[in-house]
Write a protein that binds this ligand. Structure first.
Ligand code: FAD
Length: 498
Protein backbone atom coordinates (compact mmCIF):
# COMPACT_ATOMS: atom_id res chain seq x y z
CA UNK A 1 0.00 0.00 0.00
CA UNK A 2 2.86 2.33 -0.74
CA UNK A 3 4.14 2.52 2.85
CA UNK A 4 7.80 2.45 1.84
CA UNK A 5 7.87 6.21 1.89
CA UNK A 6 6.90 6.26 5.57
CA UNK A 7 10.24 4.72 6.43
CA UNK A 8 11.96 7.45 4.43
CA UNK A 9 10.07 10.04 6.45
CA UNK A 10 11.31 8.98 9.81
CA UNK A 11 14.95 8.12 9.27
CA UNK A 12 18.03 10.24 9.64
CA UNK A 13 19.69 11.50 6.47
CA UNK A 14 22.81 9.32 6.88
CA UNK A 15 20.62 6.19 6.86
CA UNK A 16 18.90 7.11 3.67
CA UNK A 17 21.09 5.33 1.10
CA UNK A 18 21.16 2.14 3.14
CA UNK A 19 17.37 2.02 3.57
CA UNK A 20 16.57 3.18 0.08
CA UNK A 21 18.55 0.26 -1.31
CA UNK A 22 16.75 -2.14 1.03
CA UNK A 23 13.48 -0.72 -0.15
CA UNK A 24 14.49 -1.00 -3.76
CA UNK A 25 14.29 2.75 -4.35
CA UNK A 26 18.02 3.21 -4.87
CA UNK A 27 17.36 5.18 -8.01
CA UNK A 28 15.94 7.97 -5.84
CA UNK A 29 19.30 8.60 -4.19
CA UNK A 30 20.35 10.20 -7.43
CA UNK A 31 17.70 12.91 -7.10
CA UNK A 32 18.69 16.32 -5.97
CA UNK A 33 17.94 16.69 -2.27
CA UNK A 34 15.10 19.09 -1.64
CA UNK A 35 13.65 18.80 -5.13
CA UNK A 36 9.94 18.07 -5.47
CA UNK A 37 9.11 14.60 -4.17
CA UNK A 38 12.28 14.33 -2.11
CA UNK A 39 12.89 14.25 1.59
CA UNK A 40 13.66 17.43 3.48
CA UNK A 41 17.45 17.64 3.60
CA UNK A 42 17.54 19.84 6.68
CA UNK A 43 15.62 17.66 9.09
CA UNK A 44 14.66 14.48 7.24
CA UNK A 45 11.32 14.65 9.04
CA UNK A 46 9.08 15.53 6.16
CA UNK A 47 8.50 14.55 2.58
CA UNK A 48 6.59 16.40 -0.09
CA UNK A 49 4.75 13.94 -2.25
CA UNK A 50 5.01 14.57 -5.96
CA UNK A 51 1.65 15.10 -7.63
CA UNK A 52 0.50 12.29 -9.84
CA UNK A 53 -2.47 11.36 -11.98
CA UNK A 54 -4.61 8.63 -10.43
CA UNK A 55 -6.97 6.25 -12.16
CA UNK A 56 -10.57 7.03 -11.22
CA UNK A 57 -13.87 5.16 -11.01
CA UNK A 58 -17.37 6.53 -10.70
CA UNK A 59 -20.21 5.29 -8.48
CA UNK A 60 -23.51 6.52 -7.09
CA UNK A 61 -22.68 5.68 -3.49
CA UNK A 62 -19.46 5.06 -1.58
CA UNK A 63 -19.71 3.16 1.70
CA UNK A 64 -16.53 3.57 3.74
CA UNK A 65 -15.90 0.62 6.05
CA UNK A 66 -17.49 -2.81 5.66
CA UNK A 67 -18.15 -3.53 9.31
CA UNK A 68 -21.28 -3.84 11.40
CA UNK A 69 -23.01 -0.79 9.92
CA UNK A 70 -21.20 -0.73 6.57
CA UNK A 71 -22.31 -4.16 5.39
CA UNK A 72 -25.97 -3.27 5.96
CA UNK A 73 -25.50 0.21 4.52
CA UNK A 74 -24.03 -1.17 1.30
CA UNK A 75 -26.78 -3.79 1.00
CA UNK A 76 -29.40 -1.08 1.53
CA UNK A 77 -27.91 1.24 -1.08
CA UNK A 78 -27.66 -1.57 -3.62
CA UNK A 79 -31.25 -2.61 -2.87
CA UNK A 80 -32.35 0.82 -4.15
CA UNK A 81 -30.48 0.22 -7.40
CA UNK A 82 -27.52 2.48 -6.59
CA UNK A 83 -24.18 1.64 -8.13
CA UNK A 84 -22.43 1.04 -4.82
CA UNK A 85 -18.83 0.49 -3.78
CA UNK A 86 -17.78 -0.76 -0.35
CA UNK A 87 -14.25 0.02 0.82
CA UNK A 88 -12.99 -2.19 3.65
CA UNK A 89 -9.44 -2.25 4.97
CA UNK A 90 -9.49 -5.85 6.24
CA UNK A 91 -9.82 -8.95 4.11
CA UNK A 92 -13.49 -9.63 4.93
CA UNK A 93 -16.68 -7.85 5.86
CA UNK A 94 -18.04 -7.82 9.40
CA UNK A 95 -15.99 -5.38 11.48
CA UNK A 96 -16.30 -5.42 15.25
CA UNK A 97 -19.30 -7.73 15.09
CA UNK A 98 -16.95 -10.58 14.11
CA UNK A 99 -13.91 -9.37 16.03
CA UNK A 100 -14.75 -8.16 19.48
CA UNK A 101 -18.35 -8.25 20.61
CA UNK A 102 -20.31 -10.89 22.43
CA UNK A 103 -23.83 -11.21 21.12
CA UNK A 104 -25.95 -9.05 18.86
CA UNK A 105 -27.87 -6.66 21.12
CA UNK A 106 -30.72 -6.45 20.41
CA UNK A 107 -33.37 -7.17 17.83
CA UNK A 108 -36.07 -6.98 20.50
CA UNK A 109 -37.35 -4.63 23.18
CA UNK A 110 -36.34 -5.80 26.63
CA UNK A 111 -39.80 -6.89 27.62
CA UNK A 112 -38.71 -9.35 30.31
CA UNK A 113 -37.49 -6.54 32.54
CA UNK A 114 -40.97 -5.00 32.38
CA UNK A 115 -43.52 -7.67 33.31
CA UNK A 116 -46.68 -7.34 31.27
CA UNK A 117 -44.96 -5.61 28.36
CA UNK A 118 -45.44 -7.22 24.98
CA UNK A 119 -42.51 -8.95 23.25
CA UNK A 120 -41.75 -7.03 20.08
CA UNK A 121 -39.10 -7.49 17.45
CA UNK A 122 -38.19 -3.86 16.80
CA UNK A 123 -35.27 -4.37 14.42
CA UNK A 124 -36.18 -6.16 11.22
CA UNK A 125 -35.26 -5.33 7.61
CA UNK A 126 -31.78 -6.19 6.35
CA UNK A 127 -30.32 -7.05 9.80
CA UNK A 128 -32.97 -9.80 10.10
CA UNK A 129 -32.32 -10.91 6.50
CA UNK A 130 -28.70 -11.52 7.52
CA UNK A 131 -29.86 -13.60 10.49
CA UNK A 132 -32.22 -15.59 8.21
CA UNK A 133 -29.32 -16.39 5.90
CA UNK A 134 -27.16 -17.36 8.85
CA UNK A 135 -29.85 -19.73 10.13
CA UNK A 136 -29.71 -21.63 6.82
CA UNK A 137 -26.00 -22.39 7.24
CA UNK A 138 -26.07 -22.99 10.99
CA UNK A 139 -24.39 -19.64 11.59
CA UNK A 140 -26.50 -18.40 14.49
CA UNK A 141 -28.00 -19.70 17.69
CA UNK A 142 -31.11 -17.68 16.77
CA UNK A 143 -32.91 -15.16 18.96
CA UNK A 144 -32.61 -17.21 22.14
CA UNK A 145 -34.43 -15.96 25.24
CA UNK A 146 -32.33 -15.16 28.27
CA UNK A 147 -33.21 -17.33 31.26
CA UNK A 148 -31.08 -15.51 33.84
CA UNK A 149 -29.92 -11.91 33.67
CA UNK A 150 -33.00 -11.00 31.61
CA UNK A 151 -33.15 -7.54 33.15
CA UNK A 152 -30.03 -6.85 31.05
CA UNK A 153 -31.47 -8.16 27.78
CA UNK A 154 -34.42 -10.38 26.96
CA UNK A 155 -32.76 -12.22 24.09
CA UNK A 156 -29.29 -13.23 23.10
CA UNK A 157 -28.50 -13.50 19.39
CA UNK A 158 -25.20 -15.32 18.92
CA UNK A 159 -23.44 -15.73 15.65
CA UNK A 160 -20.68 -17.90 14.27
CA UNK A 161 -18.29 -15.10 13.36
CA UNK A 162 -16.60 -16.97 10.51
CA UNK A 163 -19.92 -17.82 8.88
CA UNK A 164 -21.03 -14.22 9.35
CA UNK A 165 -18.06 -13.10 7.25
CA UNK A 166 -18.96 -15.60 4.53
CA UNK A 167 -22.69 -14.96 4.49
CA UNK A 168 -22.38 -11.16 4.38
CA UNK A 169 -19.66 -11.38 1.73
CA UNK A 170 -22.00 -13.51 -0.41
CA UNK A 171 -24.96 -11.19 0.15
CA UNK A 172 -22.90 -8.15 -0.87
CA UNK A 173 -21.68 -9.77 -4.07
CA UNK A 174 -25.16 -11.09 -4.94
CA UNK A 175 -26.65 -7.64 -4.49
CA UNK A 176 -24.18 -6.17 -6.96
CA UNK A 177 -22.04 -4.19 -4.51
CA UNK A 178 -18.50 -3.63 -5.76
CA UNK A 179 -16.68 -5.05 -2.74
CA UNK A 180 -13.13 -3.78 -2.21
CA UNK A 181 -11.59 -5.61 0.73
CA UNK A 182 -7.93 -5.12 1.64
CA UNK A 183 -8.46 -1.54 0.58
CA UNK A 184 -7.73 1.43 2.80
CA UNK A 185 -9.57 4.69 2.42
CA UNK A 186 -6.94 7.39 2.81
CA UNK A 187 -8.39 10.71 1.72
CA UNK A 188 -11.33 12.82 0.65
CA UNK A 189 -11.76 14.96 -2.45
CA UNK A 190 -13.78 18.04 -1.57
CA UNK A 191 -15.48 20.70 -3.63
CA UNK A 192 -16.71 23.38 -1.26
CA UNK A 193 -18.91 21.64 1.31
CA UNK A 194 -19.51 18.62 -0.87
CA UNK A 195 -17.55 15.41 -1.05
CA UNK A 196 -16.76 14.55 -4.64
CA UNK A 197 -14.70 11.46 -4.10
CA UNK A 198 -12.37 9.46 -1.92
CA UNK A 199 -8.83 8.18 -2.30
CA UNK A 200 -8.36 4.46 -1.73
CA UNK A 201 -5.24 2.31 -1.74
CA UNK A 202 -4.84 -1.38 -2.31
CA UNK A 203 -2.18 -3.61 -3.79
CA UNK A 204 -3.67 -2.69 -7.16
CA UNK A 205 -2.58 0.88 -6.48
CA UNK A 206 -3.90 4.23 -5.41
CA UNK A 207 -7.12 5.44 -7.00
CA UNK A 208 -9.80 8.09 -6.87
CA UNK A 209 -13.40 6.96 -6.45
CA UNK A 210 -16.05 9.52 -7.31
CA UNK A 211 -19.67 9.35 -6.22
CA UNK A 212 -22.73 11.43 -5.46
CA UNK A 213 -23.39 10.26 -1.88
CA UNK A 214 -21.16 8.87 0.84
CA UNK A 215 -21.66 6.98 4.08
CA UNK A 216 -18.88 6.79 6.66
CA UNK A 217 -19.12 3.46 8.49
CA UNK A 218 -15.45 3.20 9.46
CA UNK A 219 -16.14 3.22 13.20
CA UNK A 220 -13.28 5.67 13.59
CA UNK A 221 -14.94 8.30 11.37
CA UNK A 222 -11.97 8.35 9.01
CA UNK A 223 -13.88 9.63 5.98
CA UNK A 224 -15.65 12.37 7.94
CA UNK A 225 -12.33 13.48 9.41
CA UNK A 226 -10.65 13.50 5.98
CA UNK A 227 -13.57 15.55 4.68
CA UNK A 228 -13.03 18.17 7.37
CA UNK A 229 -16.01 17.34 9.59
CA UNK A 230 -15.94 18.50 13.19
CA UNK A 231 -15.36 15.78 15.73
CA UNK A 232 -14.20 15.03 19.25
CA UNK A 233 -12.09 12.15 20.51
CA UNK A 234 -13.50 11.50 23.98
CA UNK A 235 -11.25 8.50 24.76
CA UNK A 236 -13.80 7.47 27.37
CA UNK A 237 -13.75 3.70 27.03
CA UNK A 238 -11.36 0.82 27.47
CA UNK A 239 -10.06 -0.70 24.29
CA UNK A 240 -10.05 -4.47 24.01
CA UNK A 241 -8.61 -7.54 22.42
CA UNK A 242 -10.78 -10.59 23.05
CA UNK A 243 -10.06 -14.27 23.00
CA UNK A 244 -11.90 -17.36 21.86
CA UNK A 245 -11.00 -20.30 24.11
CA UNK A 246 -10.98 -23.80 22.75
CA UNK A 247 -11.04 -27.14 24.57
CA UNK A 248 -13.26 -26.01 27.42
CA UNK A 249 -15.91 -28.10 29.15
CA UNK A 250 -19.00 -25.89 29.27
CA UNK A 251 -21.03 -28.27 31.45
CA UNK A 252 -18.35 -28.32 34.14
CA UNK A 253 -17.92 -24.55 34.01
CA UNK A 254 -21.68 -24.21 34.50
CA UNK A 255 -21.71 -26.72 37.39
CA UNK A 256 -18.89 -24.90 39.14
CA UNK A 257 -20.45 -21.43 38.82
CA UNK A 258 -23.88 -22.76 39.77
CA UNK A 259 -22.51 -24.52 42.87
CA UNK A 260 -21.08 -21.16 43.97
CA UNK A 261 -24.21 -19.20 43.12
CA UNK A 262 -22.10 -17.18 40.71
CA UNK A 263 -24.20 -17.14 37.55
CA UNK A 264 -25.34 -13.72 36.40
CA UNK A 265 -26.42 -14.38 32.80
CA UNK A 266 -27.51 -17.61 31.24
CA UNK A 267 -29.13 -18.39 27.95
CA UNK A 268 -30.03 -21.63 26.18
CA UNK A 269 -30.19 -22.00 22.42
CA UNK A 270 -28.77 -23.98 19.51
CA UNK A 271 -25.22 -25.16 20.04
CA UNK A 272 -23.39 -27.71 17.92
CA UNK A 273 -26.67 -28.28 16.07
CA UNK A 274 -28.59 -29.26 19.24
CA UNK A 275 -31.27 -27.18 20.95
CA UNK A 276 -31.48 -26.19 24.63
CA UNK A 277 -27.75 -25.93 25.12
CA UNK A 278 -25.98 -23.13 26.98
CA UNK A 279 -25.09 -20.40 24.48
CA UNK A 280 -24.32 -17.59 26.89
CA UNK A 281 -22.92 -17.73 30.38
CA UNK A 282 -21.59 -14.98 32.57
CA UNK A 283 -20.28 -15.32 36.09
CA UNK A 284 -20.99 -12.66 38.71
CA UNK A 285 -17.30 -12.87 39.56
CA UNK A 286 -18.26 -12.63 43.23
CA UNK A 287 -18.05 -16.14 44.64
CA UNK A 288 -15.02 -17.28 42.69
CA UNK A 289 -11.61 -17.51 44.44
CA UNK A 290 -10.25 -14.13 45.57
CA UNK A 291 -6.92 -14.65 43.80
CA UNK A 292 -8.78 -15.26 40.51
CA UNK A 293 -10.94 -12.16 40.99
CA UNK A 294 -8.02 -9.92 41.89
CA UNK A 295 -5.78 -11.09 39.06
CA UNK A 296 -8.64 -10.94 36.53
CA UNK A 297 -9.29 -7.36 37.61
CA UNK A 298 -5.61 -6.47 37.27
CA UNK A 299 -5.52 -7.63 33.66
CA UNK A 300 -8.95 -6.23 32.68
CA UNK A 301 -10.40 -9.68 32.03
CA UNK A 302 -14.16 -10.15 32.00
CA UNK A 303 -16.04 -13.40 31.82
CA UNK A 304 -19.07 -12.80 29.62
CA UNK A 305 -18.96 -15.50 27.03
CA UNK A 306 -21.13 -16.79 24.28
CA UNK A 307 -20.79 -19.87 22.16
CA UNK A 308 -22.29 -21.75 19.28
CA UNK A 309 -19.99 -24.71 19.49
CA UNK A 310 -19.26 -27.40 22.05
CA UNK A 311 -15.95 -26.97 23.86
CA UNK A 312 -15.57 -23.38 22.68
CA UNK A 313 -16.22 -20.04 24.37
CA UNK A 314 -15.81 -16.85 22.46
CA UNK A 315 -15.06 -13.29 23.40
CA UNK A 316 -13.40 -13.48 26.79
CA UNK A 317 -12.35 -9.86 26.92
CA UNK A 318 -9.11 -8.19 27.91
CA UNK A 319 -9.67 -4.48 28.38
CA UNK A 320 -7.46 -1.54 29.16
CA UNK A 321 -7.56 2.20 29.01
CA UNK A 322 -5.15 3.87 26.62
CA UNK A 323 -3.87 7.27 27.81
CA UNK A 324 -4.71 8.81 24.44
CA UNK A 325 -7.35 8.25 21.79
CA UNK A 326 -7.12 4.90 19.95
CA UNK A 327 -6.50 6.87 16.76
CA UNK A 328 -2.91 7.23 18.04
CA UNK A 329 -0.72 4.81 16.05
CA UNK A 330 2.02 4.33 18.65
CA UNK A 331 -0.31 3.95 21.62
CA UNK A 332 -2.13 1.20 19.75
CA UNK A 333 1.09 -0.76 19.21
CA UNK A 334 1.95 -0.75 22.91
CA UNK A 335 -1.60 -1.57 23.93
CA UNK A 336 -2.05 -4.48 21.57
CA UNK A 337 1.19 -6.06 22.77
CA UNK A 338 0.21 -5.56 26.41
CA UNK A 339 -3.24 -7.07 25.84
CA UNK A 340 -1.78 -10.08 24.10
CA UNK A 341 0.50 -10.70 27.11
CA UNK A 342 -2.54 -10.41 29.36
CA UNK A 343 -4.42 -12.96 27.27
CA UNK A 344 -1.78 -15.56 28.02
CA UNK A 345 -1.97 -14.73 31.73
CA UNK A 346 -5.76 -14.92 31.54
CA UNK A 347 -5.82 -18.42 30.09
CA UNK A 348 -3.43 -19.43 32.88
CA UNK A 349 -5.83 -18.06 35.49
CA UNK A 350 -8.81 -19.90 34.05
CA UNK A 351 -6.84 -23.14 33.91
CA UNK A 352 -5.70 -22.78 37.49
CA UNK A 353 -8.91 -21.68 39.18
CA UNK A 354 -12.02 -22.60 37.17
CA UNK A 355 -12.91 -26.28 36.58
CA UNK A 356 -13.65 -26.95 32.92
CA UNK A 357 -10.78 -24.81 31.65
CA UNK A 358 -7.90 -27.20 32.48
CA UNK A 359 -7.03 -27.87 28.84
CA UNK A 360 -8.07 -24.50 27.40
CA UNK A 361 -6.05 -22.78 24.71
CA UNK A 362 -6.33 -19.55 22.77
CA UNK A 363 -8.22 -20.48 19.60
CA UNK A 364 -8.53 -16.94 18.25
CA UNK A 365 -7.79 -13.33 19.11
CA UNK A 366 -9.07 -10.10 17.58
CA UNK A 367 -7.02 -9.31 14.46
CA UNK A 368 -6.64 -5.72 15.65
CA UNK A 369 -7.44 -3.81 18.77
CA UNK A 370 -11.19 -3.36 19.03
CA UNK A 371 -12.53 -0.05 20.21
CA UNK A 372 -15.78 1.12 21.71
CA UNK A 373 -15.33 4.54 20.21
CA UNK A 374 -12.71 6.55 18.33
CA UNK A 375 -13.92 9.81 16.90
CA UNK A 376 -17.37 11.15 17.67
CA UNK A 377 -18.54 12.96 14.52
CA UNK A 378 -20.62 16.08 15.00
CA UNK A 379 -23.95 15.69 13.22
CA UNK A 380 -27.02 17.91 12.89
CA UNK A 381 -28.52 16.27 15.99
CA UNK A 382 -26.91 14.58 18.98
CA UNK A 383 -29.09 11.94 20.67
CA UNK A 384 -29.31 12.67 24.40
CA UNK A 385 -29.52 10.39 27.39
CA UNK A 386 -33.08 11.61 28.02
CA UNK A 387 -34.06 10.87 24.40
CA UNK A 388 -33.04 7.27 24.99
CA UNK A 389 -34.40 6.52 28.43
CA UNK A 390 -37.60 8.52 27.93
CA UNK A 391 -38.22 6.61 24.71
CA UNK A 392 -38.56 9.73 22.57
CA UNK A 393 -39.48 9.60 18.92
CA UNK A 394 -38.86 12.28 16.29
CA UNK A 395 -40.63 13.45 13.18
CA UNK A 396 -37.69 12.21 11.11
CA UNK A 397 -37.13 8.79 12.74
CA UNK A 398 -35.32 6.41 10.41
CA UNK A 399 -34.87 3.57 12.86
CA UNK A 400 -36.14 2.54 16.28
CA UNK A 401 -34.28 0.71 19.02
CA UNK A 402 -34.88 -0.52 22.55
CA UNK A 403 -31.70 -1.88 24.14
CA UNK A 404 -29.30 -0.21 26.56
CA UNK A 405 -25.93 -1.72 27.45
CA UNK A 406 -26.15 -0.32 30.98
CA UNK A 407 -29.42 -2.08 31.77
CA UNK A 408 -30.80 -2.41 34.38
CA UNK A 409 -29.25 0.91 35.54
CA UNK A 410 -30.54 2.67 32.42
CA UNK A 411 -33.33 1.26 30.29
CA UNK A 412 -35.76 2.62 27.75
CA UNK A 413 -38.90 3.58 29.67
CA UNK A 414 -41.59 0.90 29.98
CA UNK A 415 -39.67 -1.57 27.81
CA UNK A 416 -40.32 0.69 24.82
CA UNK A 417 -38.22 2.10 22.03
CA UNK A 418 -36.71 5.42 21.04
CA UNK A 419 -36.12 6.83 17.59
CA UNK A 420 -32.91 7.60 15.75
CA UNK A 421 -33.68 10.73 13.76
CA UNK A 422 -32.30 11.13 10.25
CA UNK A 423 -30.55 14.35 11.28
CA UNK A 424 -28.44 12.37 13.79
CA UNK A 425 -26.78 10.73 10.76
CA UNK A 426 -26.20 13.91 8.69
CA UNK A 427 -22.66 15.18 9.16
CA UNK A 428 -22.70 18.82 10.13
CA UNK A 429 -21.32 21.15 7.48
CA UNK A 430 -21.02 18.55 4.72
CA UNK A 431 -23.68 18.36 2.01
CA UNK A 432 -23.61 14.71 1.03
CA UNK A 433 -22.07 12.69 3.85
CA UNK A 434 -23.94 10.44 6.28
CA UNK A 435 -22.51 8.42 9.14
CA UNK A 436 -23.64 5.35 10.99
CA UNK A 437 -22.28 3.14 13.72
CA UNK A 438 -20.32 3.77 16.89
CA UNK A 439 -19.30 7.29 15.88
CA UNK A 440 -22.64 9.01 16.53
CA UNK A 441 -23.87 10.27 19.94
CA UNK A 442 -21.52 12.18 22.25
CA UNK A 443 -23.11 11.48 25.66
CA UNK A 444 -21.59 8.26 26.88
CA UNK A 445 -24.88 7.17 28.48
CA UNK A 446 -26.81 7.37 25.22
CA UNK A 447 -23.81 6.05 23.28
CA UNK A 448 -24.05 2.92 25.45
CA UNK A 449 -27.27 2.30 23.55
CA UNK A 450 -26.61 3.62 20.04
CA UNK A 451 -23.22 1.90 19.71
CA UNK A 452 -24.61 -1.63 20.06
CA UNK A 453 -24.35 -3.90 17.06
CA UNK A 454 -28.00 -4.09 16.09
CA UNK A 455 -28.36 -0.31 16.40
CA UNK A 456 -25.33 0.16 14.13
CA UNK A 457 -26.91 -2.26 11.64
CA UNK A 458 -30.24 -0.40 11.68
CA UNK A 459 -28.54 2.96 11.29
CA UNK A 460 -26.60 1.44 8.39
CA UNK A 461 -29.81 0.50 6.59
CA UNK A 462 -31.19 4.01 7.08
CA UNK A 463 -28.02 5.75 5.90
CA UNK A 464 -27.44 3.45 2.92
CA UNK A 465 -31.03 3.85 1.77
CA UNK A 466 -30.87 7.64 2.16
CA UNK A 467 -27.55 7.83 0.30
CA UNK A 468 -29.01 5.86 -2.63
CA UNK A 469 -32.11 8.05 -2.77
CA UNK A 470 -30.00 11.21 -2.64
CA UNK A 471 -27.89 9.92 -5.54
CA UNK A 472 -31.05 9.07 -7.49
CA UNK A 473 -32.62 12.48 -6.84
CA UNK A 474 -29.29 14.25 -7.28
CA UNK A 475 -29.81 16.07 -4.01
CA UNK A 476 -27.87 16.66 -0.82
CA UNK A 477 -28.65 14.72 2.34
CA UNK A 478 -30.68 17.61 3.79
CA UNK A 479 -32.81 18.01 0.67
CA UNK A 480 -34.11 14.46 0.73
CA UNK A 481 -37.85 14.30 1.28
CA UNK A 482 -38.46 12.50 4.59
CA UNK A 483 -41.69 10.81 3.45
CA UNK A 484 -39.86 9.21 0.55
CA UNK A 485 -37.10 7.93 2.84
CA UNK A 486 -39.53 6.64 5.46
CA UNK A 487 -41.73 4.94 2.85
CA UNK A 488 -38.72 3.30 1.23
CA UNK A 489 -37.44 2.05 4.58
CA UNK A 490 -40.86 0.62 5.44
CA UNK A 491 -41.03 -1.15 2.08
CA UNK A 492 -37.62 -2.64 2.85
CA UNK A 493 -38.94 -4.18 6.05
CA UNK A 494 -37.83 -1.57 8.59
CA UNK A 495 -40.23 -1.53 11.54
CA UNK A 496 -41.60 1.69 13.07
CA UNK A 497 -43.88 2.00 16.09
CA UNK A 498 -46.59 3.90 14.23
C1 FAD B 1 -14.85 -5.36 23.02
C2 FAD B 1 -16.20 -4.99 22.53
C3 FAD B 1 -17.30 -5.71 22.96
C4 FAD B 1 -18.56 -5.38 22.50
N1 FAD B 1 -19.63 -6.16 22.88
C5 FAD B 1 -20.83 -5.95 22.31
C6 FAD B 1 -21.90 -6.86 22.54
O1 FAD B 1 -21.79 -7.82 23.28
N2 FAD B 1 -23.09 -6.61 21.91
C7 FAD B 1 -23.26 -5.54 21.09
O2 FAD B 1 -24.35 -5.39 20.53
N3 FAD B 1 -22.26 -4.66 20.86
C8 FAD B 1 -21.05 -4.85 21.43
N4 FAD B 1 -20.02 -4.00 21.19
C9 FAD B 1 -20.26 -2.79 20.39
C10 FAD B 1 -20.35 -3.07 18.91
O3 FAD B 1 -19.71 -4.28 18.59
C11 FAD B 1 -19.74 -1.93 18.08
O4 FAD B 1 -20.08 -0.67 18.59
C12 FAD B 1 -20.21 -2.01 16.65
O5 FAD B 1 -19.96 -3.30 16.14
C13 FAD B 1 -19.53 -0.94 15.82
O6 FAD B 1 -19.97 -1.01 14.50
P1 FAD B 1 -19.41 0.00 13.42
O7 FAD B 1 -20.05 -0.36 12.15
O8 FAD B 1 -19.52 1.39 13.93
O9 FAD B 1 -17.84 -0.29 13.35
P2 FAD B 1 -17.06 -1.66 12.90
O10 FAD B 1 -17.98 -2.80 13.00
O11 FAD B 1 -15.85 -1.64 13.68
O12 FAD B 1 -16.82 -1.36 11.38
C14 FAD B 1 -15.87 -0.45 10.91
C15 FAD B 1 -15.22 -1.06 9.68
O13 FAD B 1 -14.51 -0.06 8.97
C16 FAD B 1 -13.25 -0.56 8.57
N5 FAD B 1 -12.37 0.60 8.43
C17 FAD B 1 -11.98 1.45 9.40
N6 FAD B 1 -11.23 2.44 8.87
C18 FAD B 1 -11.15 2.21 7.54
C19 FAD B 1 -10.52 2.89 6.46
N7 FAD B 1 -9.84 4.02 6.65
N8 FAD B 1 -10.63 2.36 5.21
C20 FAD B 1 -11.34 1.21 5.00
N9 FAD B 1 -11.96 0.54 5.99
C21 FAD B 1 -11.88 1.04 7.25
C22 FAD B 1 -12.87 -1.52 9.68
O14 FAD B 1 -11.93 -2.47 9.25
C23 FAD B 1 -14.22 -2.14 10.04
O15 FAD B 1 -14.50 -3.30 9.29
C24 FAD B 1 -18.72 -4.29 21.63
C25 FAD B 1 -17.62 -3.57 21.20
C26 FAD B 1 -16.37 -3.91 21.64
C27 FAD B 1 -15.17 -3.15 21.15
Amino acid sequence: MGHGSIIILTMKRRDFSKYSLLLGVGAMTGCKPGSSGMFDTQTATSYTEPSRKLPARDFDVVIAGGGTAGVVSALAAAKQGAKTILIESKGYPGGTIVEGGTALHSFFNIWKAFPGVEKRQVVRGIPQEIIDRLVKVGGTAGHAEMSEGAEFDSVCTNIDTELYKLVTFEMLIESGVNVCVNTLLTGAIMEGNALRGVIAESRSGREAIFARSFVDCTGYGDLAAFAGAQYTEPNDYDVCNSVGMGNVDIARIYDYLKSRDDIYQLCYGTRGGENDKIVRIQGKMVNVPDEFKKSADDIGMTMTTTTMHDNYLMFIKFNMKVPVSPTDRDAVVKTDLELRKRQLMGVGLFKKYIPGFEKAFIARTSPTLTIRRGRCIICDYDITHEDVIEGRHFNDDVFIYGFHDWAPKYMVKDGGTYGIPYRALCVKGIDNLLVSGMMITSDRRSHMSTRNTVSCMGQGQAAGTAAALCAQKECGTRDLEYDLLRGTLEKSGVFFES
